[in-house]
Design a protein around this ligand. Structure first.
Ligand code: NAD
Length: 327
């Protein structure tokens, strides 16, 4: 029997709906958006039922899982409603604006016996997966990392609000904070210099930071993140020095398709791989559906999403106070 699914919020949720509508073994039953016209359009494109009220959708539909793609301030409310009706939850990043909300989401899903995964799609990107597989093995441990992860301008008001998106260093940098944790492990301390350099219309929000991380393993990382680029120009660049290898990932912002590395004992042989065209949304949605079918733990459970939120909050606190913070 196909898994019955729904998508709430149809910004990036439109991509989720499109992938689910085409996925074997899944029936996209319904979509919701407070913009009812948008909901009707996407529903018609995907052969699903439209709702303007996501709460009503969760009341009316019998579903195996729901993909929550509304803005972060509503992730807790919809997770509680879905879990209360026995539905597993895939929730877009960042998990929530606060750690209390993350904890409540984890508790709601645990109490209901349903699965919770946070949609950190980068963990499915083949370049990063290859590094993860070789780290600790052929590459040895990571000791040093530098990252450039600067996005273009985002005009959406919720993105900037502290109680919703939390600005670029939370809403967006959480992708890279999660990737650093995925590859290197937990962070012992954070120091960040930051400010509002380019977005005076949001004077209370930080927009950029230069971030230093010390990991429990002893590794160190320097990260430049925030709204410091332009969309036609923005790239993503990560360099890692392991005990036995030097590795670089790069590409257009959010499309890290190019990987190159060299082993330190064969330093003239540069290995290059190109993953152009990979679709991380398809991969994460298929993974979550598989976890439900096989009753296995998803790759990014709520606890992982929470730790990445904690790291972003620590970065912002350090940038605002000048203190070194333990996340
Ligand atoms: N994984 C990724 O690469 C990625 C990319 C973009 C956005 N996101 C995440 O997805 C979430 C949404 O971001 P977006 O860029 O799609 O935002 P958006 O503003 O473009 O779209 C959000 C949509 O949700 C609808 N909506 C808002 N509140 C609602 C509610 N209570 N009930 C029903 N519909 C509601 C809005 O009408 C809008 O259509 C955020 O958490 C964001 O961080 C993730």
């Amino acid at each position: 029997m196909a898994l019955r699914a729904a998508v709430l919020g149809l910004g990036i949720g439109r991509t989720h709906a499109d992938r689910l509508a085409k996925m074997d073994g899944v029936e996209l039953a319904a979509v919701a958006d407070i913009n009812g016209e948008l909901a009707r359009q996407v529903a018609a494109d995907c052969g699903a039922k439209a709702y303007a009220d996501a709460g009503e959708l969760l009341e009316e539909e019998a579903l195996d899982f729901v993909s929550i793609c509304t803005t972060p301030a509503s992730h807790l409310e919809f997770t509680r409603l879905a879990a209360g009706r026995g539905m597993s939850v895939l929730c877009e990043k960042p998990m929530a604006p606060t750690l209390d909300a993350c904890d409540s989401m984890i508790r709601a899903c645990r109490d209901a016996g349903v699965k919770l995964m946070i949609a950190h799609k980068k963990r499915f990107e083949p370049a990063y997966r290859l590094i993860k597989e070789k780290t600790g093995g052929e590459f040895g441990p990571i000791r040093w990392a530098t990252v450039k992860y600067a996005l273009g301008r985002v005009p959406k008001p919720w993105f900037w609000q502290e109680e919703d998106g939390g600005g670029p260093l939370h809403e967006n940098a959480v992708h890279m904070m999660d990737m650093m944790r995925f590859l290197i492990g937990e962070v012992e301390r954070v120091y960040a210099e930051g400010g509002n350099m380019f977005n005076p219309e949001h004077p209370d929000q930080l927009d950029v930071a230069a971030i230093t991380l010390r990991f429990r393993s002893g590794a160190i990382a320097a990260i430049g993140a925030g709204q410091a680029s332009e969309w036609g120009f923005a790239t993503e660049n990560v360099t890692l020095s392991h005990d036995n290898a030097v590795v670089e990932v790069g590409g257009r912002f959010d499309s890290p398709f190019h990987l190159r590395y060299v082993l330190k004992d064969d330093s003239q042989t540069v290995v290059e791989e190109d993953f152009e065209g990979f679709d991380p949304f398809q991969a994460e949605l298929a993974h979550f559906a598989d976890c439900i079918r096989s009753d296995t733990e998803p790759l990014i459970p709520g606890e992982e999403g929470r730790s990445s939120v904690a790291l972003c909050l620590a970065v912002k606190r350090s940038a605002r106070t000048g203190e070194v913070i333990a996340p």
